[in-house]
Design a protein around this ligand. Structure first.
Ligand code: BT5
Length: 259
């Protein structure tokens, strides 16, 4: 069942729409289906509950709790697919802005490469970006999925999790949080359009979790250990290996070395 919530639409940035569903398998999957049917957005698809919330690499995003944010932005940017490496950083910064707008202390927020937002070293938000490519690799549309634990979080996760409620003792409404996120996303996206990836990195790096510390990165086919020294121009995580050489990583899960 779908409602176009008047109050949510009214809170959206100019030209951006929102559709709220009671229950979806996944807002990303729904947004992809809408894109395949010709929808170009910008449209935020939100669900009160997801039955098959998705993470990266076929993982599950635990989504049973009502009151958390499960949202996906569908839009058709006029950029090449290869220029989308900034998007996870733009989105993480926007999530951070929305958290601050709802009372989380800025100094407690960290961005964990490539796509998580932490409060107090625990994962509060995950981002799943999916591109829809047409003929000859042309970018037709992109879906930016954002899960934010506003009220609840799963107990058993490989990396510790948290919620806004747990951290600050109150819960923003899904509608208000989405509105803040949607506005912050437009601001961060425009910043990138105007000033390029370097400007995004300049905002992201001071928030980077575990920067200049030893970490191990789970690459699915094995671990890489080293020190996270900088972000590459292409969004890659540059780590310094024990032999002094640097290596750029483009996917993986980062853990502190003692985990
Ligand atoms: C992510 O994947 O963090 C991306 C999550 C994106 C979820 C949103 S919700 C709206 C939209 N619709 C969707 O179907 N998805 C998007 P990844 O980095 O692969 O992390 C997944 C891992 O995080 C899981 O394997 C768990 O260990 C952990 N996890 C699962 N649910 C969690 C939660 N609610 N809070 C914190 N950690 C969680």
């Amino acid at each position: 069942m779908q409602n176009t919530l008047k109050d949510v639409s009214v809170l959206m940035p100019e030209g951006v729409r929102a559709e709220l569903y009671d229950r979806l398998d996944s807002t990303n999957t729904k947004a992809r289906m809408l894109a395949q049917a010709g929808e170009k957005g910008p449209l935020w698809v939100i669900a009160k509950h997801q039955t098959m919330g998705r993470g990266r690499l076929g993982r599950t995003w635990v989504s049973d709790a009502g009151g958390n944010l499960y949202a996906s932005l569908l839009f058709a940017p006029k950029v090449a697919a290869r220029d989308l490496s900034a998007l996870s950083f733009i989105t993480a910064l926007a999530v951070g802005d929305a958290l601050v707008a709802h009372g989380v202390a800025a100094e407690d927020i960290a961005c964990k490469w490539p796509n998580d937002v932490l409060i107090g070293d625990k994962k509060c938000s995950g981002i799943l970006i999916e591109s829809l490519l047409g003929a000859e690799g042309h970018l037709d549309a992109v879906v930016v999925g954002v899960g934010v634990n506003l009220v609840a979080f799963p107990a058993e996760t490989r990396f510790p999790a948290t919620s806004v409620q747990d951290e600050i003792g109150h819960t923003p409404s899904v509608e208000d949080f989405l509105a803040s996120l949607a506005h912050a996303f437009v601001d961060q996206w425009q910043h990138w359009e105007n000033f390029g990836f370097g400007a995004v990195a300049k905002r992201w790096l001071p928030l980077a979790w575990n920067m200049n510390k030893r970490c191990k990165v789970d690459m699915a086919d094995g671990f890489v250990e080293g020190i996270f020294v900088r972000l590459g121009d292409d969004g890659g995580m540059v780590i310094k290996l024990d032999d002094g050489t640097e290596k750029s990583l483009y996917a993986g899960d980062v853990y502190p070395i003692d985990v």
